[in-house]
Design a protein around this ligand. Structure first.
Ligand code: NI
Length: 316
C-alpha cells in the first residue's frame, strides 16, 4: 500500500491552550473562520498569533506558556510541511470536555489516566489477525484507519477488528493527498469508504485520518462538512521506512507521553512484531490503551484537527 511519506515530527495538541484562549477571548481579537465555531457553544477560540504581546499582563504564567507553546508548535508543524500555511493554532486546539466520560462500559478519563491511542493505517492486512490476538492478550483497544479499497478486498478482516471492540475510522478509499484533491474528490474518497464500512458493520465511521497527514484549512473545512474530525498523531516511528522491530519499538517508547496518538501500519510484519513489546513496556509504565474517541472523551468535533491530548493530562 502507499507508504506514509510522513516527516518525523512532534506536535502536541494544545489542549490546555483552550483554557488560555477562552480566558483571554474577551480582550483579544477573535479569530475569524474558526472551523468548529458553529458546533461550539463556548466562545470561539482565538488564534494565538492574534494575541497582542501586551496581553501577557493579564495571562497567568501557565496561560502565557501555553500561548507561546502554541506559536512554537504551529511554526514547527509548518516547517515540517504537515500543516498548510493557512492552518493556525486554533484549528488544532479542541475545546476540552468538561465532564468525565463513560464510554461503552469503560469509565475512562484521559485527563487523569495515562492514556495512549495506538492507531493502525492502510490495512487491514495479512498481519491483522495476529495483531488482534496480541491486543486481546494485553486487554488493549486500538483504532484502525482502513482504506476503502483494501476493505473491499478483505471485509472479513474488518469485521474481526470491529467484533473485537476496536474503533474503526476512515483513511480514504485509495490514499490520495487530500490537499491536492478537490472538495468533490475528498467527498468521494471519504463517503465511498464510509458507505462500504457502514454496509459491513452497520455503523458509519466518522473519524478521518488524512493520508500522509496532509491537511489544510480547506481540507479540514470539507471534512467538517462531511461530519468528520481529522485525526493525526504525535508519535511516528516511521515504521513504513524502518522495517526493524527494535527500531520501531524504541522510537515509539522514546516519543510517547500521556495523551499520545501513535501512528503504526499493521501491513508491515516488522511493525506487528514490535507490538507485544510496545504493549508490555507501556503497560509497565502505567498506560491505558484507549481508542481515539475514548482519548478525547467521545467529544471530537467535525472539522477539528487532533494530534494528541497531551496538554490535558493532569495526574491526580
Ligand atoms: Ni496511510
Amino acid at each position: 500500500m502507499a507508504e506514509e511519506k510522513t516527516r518525523g515530527r512532534r506536535i502536541a495538541v494544545l489542549a490546555a491552550l483552550s483554557a488560555a484562549v477562552l480566558a483571554v477571548s474577551t480582550i483579544a481579537v477573535v479569530a475569524g473562520n474558526s472551523l468548529s465555531a458553529a458546533s461550539h457553544d463556548a466562545a470561539a477560540p482565538v488564534a494565538a498569533e492574534n494575541l497582542d504581546p501586551g496581553d501577557s499582563d493579564v495571562l497567568s504564567e501557565a496561560q502565557a506558556k501555553a500561548r507561546d507553546r502554541a506559536l512554537r508548535q504551529a511554526e514547527n508543524a509548518r516547517i515540517r510541511g504537515m500543516l498548510g500555511p493557512d492552518v493556525s493554532p486554533e484549528d488544532f486546539v479542541p475545546d476540552e470536555p468538561t465532564e468525565p466520560i463513560t464510554t461503552d462500559g469503560r469509565d475512562i478519563d484521559c485527563r487523569h489516566l495515562k492514556c495512549v491511542a495506538l492507531t493502525f493505517d492502510d490495512g487491514p492486512g495479512a498481519q491483522t489477525d495476529r495483531l488482534l490476538r496480541m491486543l486481546a492478550d494485553a486487554g488493549a483497544l486500538a483504532t484502525w484507519f482502513p482504506l476503502g479499497e483494501v476493505v473491499a478486498d478483505s471485509p472479513d478482516r474488518l469485521r474481526a477488528i470491529a467484533e473485537a471492540g476496536h474503533e474503526i475510522g476512515n483513511h480514504s478509499w485509495s490514499h490520495p493527498q487530500l490537499t491536492a484533491s478537490s472538495n468533490g474528490q475528498i467527498e468521494t474518497q471519504i463517503n465511498r469508504t464510509a458507505r462500504l464500512i457502514e454496509r459491513l458493520l452497520g455503523t458509519r465511521p466518522t473519524l478521518v485520518r488524512p493520508p500522509y497527514g496532509a491537511i489544510s484549512k480547506r481540507v479540514a473545512a470539507e471534512l467538517g462538512r462531511l461530519n468528520a474530525p481529522a485525526v493525526l498523531w504525535d508519535v511516528d516511528p516511521l515504521d513504513w521506512k524502518y522495517r526493524n522491530s527494535t527500531r520501531v519499538y524504541r522510537s515509539v517508547m522514546s516519543q510517547v507521553q500521556p495523551g499520545s496518538i501513535v501512528l503504526l501500519h499493521d501491513v508491515h510484519p516488522t511493525t506487528v512484531a514490535a507490538v507485544p513489546r510496545i504493549l508490555k513496556s507501556l503497560a509497565n509504565r502505567g498506560y491505558t490503551f484507549v481508542t481515539v474517541s475514548e482519548l478525547f472523551g467521545n467529544e471530537l468535533t467535525p472539522g477539528q484537527i487532533y494530534l494528541d491530548r497531551a496538554e490535558a493530562y493532569r495526574p491526580d
